[in-house]
Design a protein around this ligand. Sequence first.
Ligand code: TXA
Ligand code: MG
Length: 330
Amino acid sequence: MAVNEISLAVKLLRANNVVALPTETVYGLAASIKSEVALRKIFQIKGRPLLDPLIVHLLDYNWVGEYSYIDGLRVNVKVLADAFWPGPLTIILQKKPVIPTIVTAGSDFVALRCPAHEIFRKVLKSINVPLAAPSANPFGCLSPTTAKHVQDSLGDKIPLIIDGGLCSVGVESTILDVTSDMPRILRPGAISASDIAQILKIPVLDYSPSISSATAPGQLKQHYAPNTRLILAETAEDLSSLVKNASPSQITGKAAFVYLKRPHDFYHINDIFWLSNKGDYFEAARSLFDMLQNLDRAGYDVIYCQKAEQKGVGIAINDRLTRAAAKFAN
Ligand code: TXA
Ligand code: MG
């Protein structure tokens, strides 16, 4: 990474612009929380409703107290930060007035996280101001896990995209609400409820798709969607029977089939893909958006994708897949 890219990013951010930066989860479209103009640009460029709050990115735990209230909570935020930051955990806390209301969509609560990617951290360190950043994709579309994904979808609207390679986690951060008595997952990610419970030594309410949109604004049923029709298969066996029946009478047009793990049969067929060789869910999460982005541009009429088992990061994979397939459900 060129040093001058970091200083260019800081220069642009200070001059009321947005920049796309890699994080370990997905690429983010960043703006300084001190620039209302740049914050507005995020919503315009993404086509995102102002009701959908943004995550604020900090360099480390030492910044937390300046932007949120951490005393009197059942959860010790420092314990969480020591265990999971920098990394893919976002913590919801009561905001201090210094956080502009456009960032939180008018709410008293703010989502905070310390990203782990070296490039994002260098920009934060140099600018010394928190950066609000949603995923750098048009609203409702597939999330970007490479600089090319950002370039292909928003390249003409962003003055700088820094290339930090493929994101190592590949799905967005786990969002944890610690403002009520029992900590609760609002969005599943690579860090699971049991990972957090183990550290906090208290129960953590796992993610449930039925949480109301009032407590998890922006968690829309339809999201992350490709243009190509996406249909989910519950198991590898279900997907294999679709492969076997893939005749024009049953499947109109050209189909791609995505397994979680390299299948024993079929792997020599051109239109068969897999998210991980050995079925490792972390590897599958890393490949998920990249695979869907690539297949979406490959001229298929339909993509069939196997769901994960509902455990660990499989919960996050299934959450993204279910939302991505929702618009094709009927
Ligand atoms: O991994 C990530 O979290 C990535 C990278 C760039 O950091 N960011 C990301 O941002 O996924 P975005 O905007 O695509 O999703 C943020 C979601 C919102 O849609 C909303 O559900 C939740 O975070 N959120 C943000 N602020 C919140 C708040 N104050 N209360 C509850 N949920 C909030
Ligand atoms: Mg997003």
